[in-house]
Design a protein around this ligand. Structure first.
Ligand SMILES: O=C(O)CCC(=O)C(=O)O
Ligand SMILES: [Fe+2]
Length: 268
């Protein structure tokens, strides 16, 4: 479909990602690398053209009735509880995450978000921005591309990701709440900094940053060392965010455990 070409979907004037050798593209890549290095994230506001955002929201809303809603209690490390640790250890801090997911196999092939995800130009840009030699679309039939759906009362708890990076595109904001908050590099490969994590979980706001991710923004986020959450949603509007999955290796899929937790099933 001609109307779903990259130039219909992405603001290629602002973000000239179709030709990475052009001087303006090199500037953009340098900007992304700088932000990732210093903050662990890079937000590109207005990445989508507004008509593409509108279309993606309409298409997402059409499949929202198929959303799998889950409620999961867990710790910030997304690991099983370790009862040998003291009770006030951040590893044992439990909070409930409540949200919905639309899986890749529920998103029709003609939807604009799929056209964007399946465009090789996007993957080449993301690899260059992240300083990776090559990226592959995640090979999981459910996890490759998701729309995260959050309604009134939903919440995504403070956590670290178990992957090196996440790419998201904001489609629609909640009326209130639904803010993406993070504490950049609160831990690093050498230090867990449990005291800082513990203070944060008790309500200390030191170092908390709110990412401005308006509809149409593309966010590159390194969540392994940067703890983050989505604040509780309030109001009638759904918070809709597309999550685009990649890996540095081909053929990577999710575990059955993760599929069951996220989608309530392990196959079509
Ligand atoms: O919904 C978002 O903006 C972020 C989702 C997230 O942190 C995750 O899926 O690990
Ligand atoms: Fe996350």
């Amino acid at each position: 479909m001609e109307e779903l070409s990259p130039s219909y979907l992405v603001d290629l004037i602002k973000y000239p990602i179709a030709d990475l050798s052009a001087p303006k593209a090199k500037e953009l890549l340098a900007h992304c690398q700088d932000r990732l290095q210093s903050m662990g994230c890079c937000v590109l506001p207005g990445f989508l053209k507004s008509e593409a955002t509108v279309r993606m929201v309409e298409e997402a809303k059409a499949i929202v009735p198929q959303t799998y809603w889950s409620t999961v209690e867990g710790n910030p490390y997304l690991e099983p509880e370790n009862a040998t640790l003291p009770e006030d250890h951040p590893h044992r801090s439990k909070e409930t995450t409540k949200l919905g997911a639309l899986a890749y196999d529920q998103i029709p092939a003609h939807h604009a978000i799929r056209k964007l995800y399946e465009w090789d130009g996007l993957i080449a840009f993301l690899a260059a921005a992240l300083g990776k030699e090559k990226l592959f679309r995640y090979a999981d039939p459910m996890g490759a591309l998701n729309v995260a759906v959050m309604k009134d009362g939903d919440y995504l708890r403070w956590h670290f990701d178990q992957t090196d990076f996440v790419t998201s595109i904001t489609l629609q904001d909640a009326d209130e709440g639904g803010d993406f908050e993070c504490v950049p590099k609160i831990r690093n490969p050498e230090a867990e900094n449990y005291d800082r994590v513990k203070a944060l979980l008790k309500g200390d706001r030191t170092g908390v940053v709110k990412l401005e991710m308006d509809p149409g923004a593309l966010v590159l986020f390194q969540g392994r060392y940067t703890i983050h959450r989505v604040t509780p949603i309030q109001g009638k509007a759904l918070r809709l965010v597309a999550l685009l999955g990649y890996d540095t290796k081909p053929g990577v899929v999710s575990s059955e455990h993760l599929r069951t937790m996220r989608y309530g099933r392990t196959a079509k």
